[in-house]
Design a binder for this molecule. Structure first.
Ligand code: NAP
Ligand code: MG
Length: 405
């Protein structure tokens, strides 16, 4: 069989531990036999990051801006234990944080639904994709504990030093606490654009929710920016595609989400997104079945799995023990990136390959062949628990038949 052709390279970012092992298996067993794979390879494994003083991460982000599509393996974010384990020169920042900052991107998390792994919420039939604004609010706060009575004020001075506003936050009669939050129009606009872009790309409705009835200026500003950009830049495109932009109060949104069938994008402020995305990941069944896409406001895409490097499995693997690590989210990172590359470069064969790879993966699970994490939660009878590579090879079997047929 002739291999599927690519024209523009994908930016490929390799990573760490068990996901690095899976990465190679996916390439060797599921991609290289079928595609004339063109990638620009960046090794974001911790060893290479340390060797290059993390320059490799910056280079990978720049390459992503140049080519427009990247696929990334999970990577270690160093902590004190990792500095010792890898004898690192520094405690490098999270690669995801570095890439997100370089692309000014928003992270979208999308669950992979498959028969036999049922969401805890019975009504959910389609994925609910989450977008979290990843700048400001409580994550860039200033806090103070007052040890006794006194006055807390909110003061703003403009660049020339002129006082523009002074408000009393609270007259304390005794000890208490104060917190200052901020956000910027530029960051909120970037977030809103990424959300509108992604909803159009995926052909799904967009929901956005804040607490603007209580926070009339702060949350109100988020609501106004979304509405203004929708009206001026996206309304026509949404209407042409038959899609809806829907704003509602966060309390109402939470209730509607639980009653819904799914099949939309839910955009949230930083804290709401942090909390809700963990709840949604669990409610959909498994972190190992959650993909993640970083989208820049101007439509650059970086695909990855939402989970980490699965360290515990890696230590078993290194000891020569059998592992049963779920590769689905990493496979879908590859299929997402290949499909996007195919769409951008008008390569229908590549798009079709991405579709078939996803179908083969889901059908493998539906046929009862799966990794241990899914075997524990599936409702399917007669399950065969496979090891890490056994599962990938079972997918290959199905994929080969599909490509022939
Ligand atoms: P993790 O790698 O997501 O794994 C946590 C646990 O979840 C695993 O021990 C495993 O449970 C289960 N799990 C996750 N993915 C799985 C899969 N594909 N198949 C089967 N089980 C899976 O999180 P972590 O152990 O907290 O973090 C490990 C490293 O990953 C850290 O160094 C962290 O910095 C990094 N990390 C990277 C990213 C990223 O690059 N995007 C994201 C998160 C974390 P059992 O052990 O019970 O089987
Ligand atoms: Mg969280």
């Amino acid at each position: 069989m002739e291999k599927i052709r690519m024209t523009t390279p994908l930016v490929e970012m390799d990573g760490d531990e068990m996901t690095r092992i899976i990465w190679k298996m996916i390439k060797d067993d599921l991609l290289l036999p079928f595609i004339d794979l063109k990638t620009e390879y960046y090794d974001l494994g911790l060893v290479k990051r340390d060797e290059t003083d993390d320059q490799i991460t910056i280079d990978a982000a720049e390459a992503t801006k140049k080519y427009g599509v990247a696929v990334k393996c999970a990577t270690i974010t160093p902590n004190a234990a990792r500095v010792e384990e890898y004898n690192l020169k520094a405690m490098y920042k999270s690669p995801n944080g570095t890439i997100r900052a370089a692309l000014d991107g928003t992270v979208f998390r999308a669950p992979i639904l498959v028969k036999g792994i049922d969401p805890y919420v019975r009504t959910w039939k389609k994925p609910i994709i989450m977008a979290r604004h990843a700048y400001g609010d409580v994550y860039k706060n200033v806090e103070y504990r007052a040890e006794g009575a006194g006055t807390a004020e909110l003061v703003f001075r403009d660049e020339s030093g002129e006082e523009k506003s002074r408000q009393v936050i609270h007259e304390f009669k005794g000890p208490g606490i104060i917190q200052g939050l901020h956000n910027t129009d530029v960051s909120i606009e970037g977030f809103a654009r990424a959300c509108f872009t992604y909803a159009l790309d995926q052909k799904i409705d967009l929901w956005f929710s804040t607490k603007d009835t209580i926070s009339k200026i702060y949350d109100g500003n988020f609501k106004e920016i979304f509405q203004r950009l929708y009206d001026t830049e996206y309304k026509e495109k949404f209407e042409a595609a038959g899609l809806e932009y829907f704003y509602t109060l966060i309390d109402d949104a939470v209730a509607r989400v639980v009653r819904s069938e799914g099949g939309f994008l839910w955009a949230l402020k930083n804290y709401d997104g942090d909390v809700m995305s963990d709840m949604m990941a669990t409610a959909f069944g498994s972190l190992a079945m959650m993909t993640s896409v970083l989208v820049s406001p101007d439509g650059i895409y970086e695909y990855e799995a939402a989970h980490g490097t699965v360290q515990r499995h890696y230590y078993k693997y290194r000891n020569g023990e059998t592992t049963s690590t779920n590769s689905v989210a990493t496979i879908f990172a590859w299929s997402g990136a290949l499909r996007k590359r195919g769409e951008l470069d008008s390569l229908p064969e590549l798009v079709r390959f991405a579709d078939l790879l996803e179908e083969a993966t889901l059908e493998t699970i539906e046929s009862g062949k799966m990794t241990g994490d899914l075997a524990l939660i599936t409702t399917l009878p007669n399950v065969e628990k496979l090891d890490t590579e056994g599962f990938i090879l079972a997918i290959r079997d199905k994929l080969e038949k599909k490509l022939e047929g």
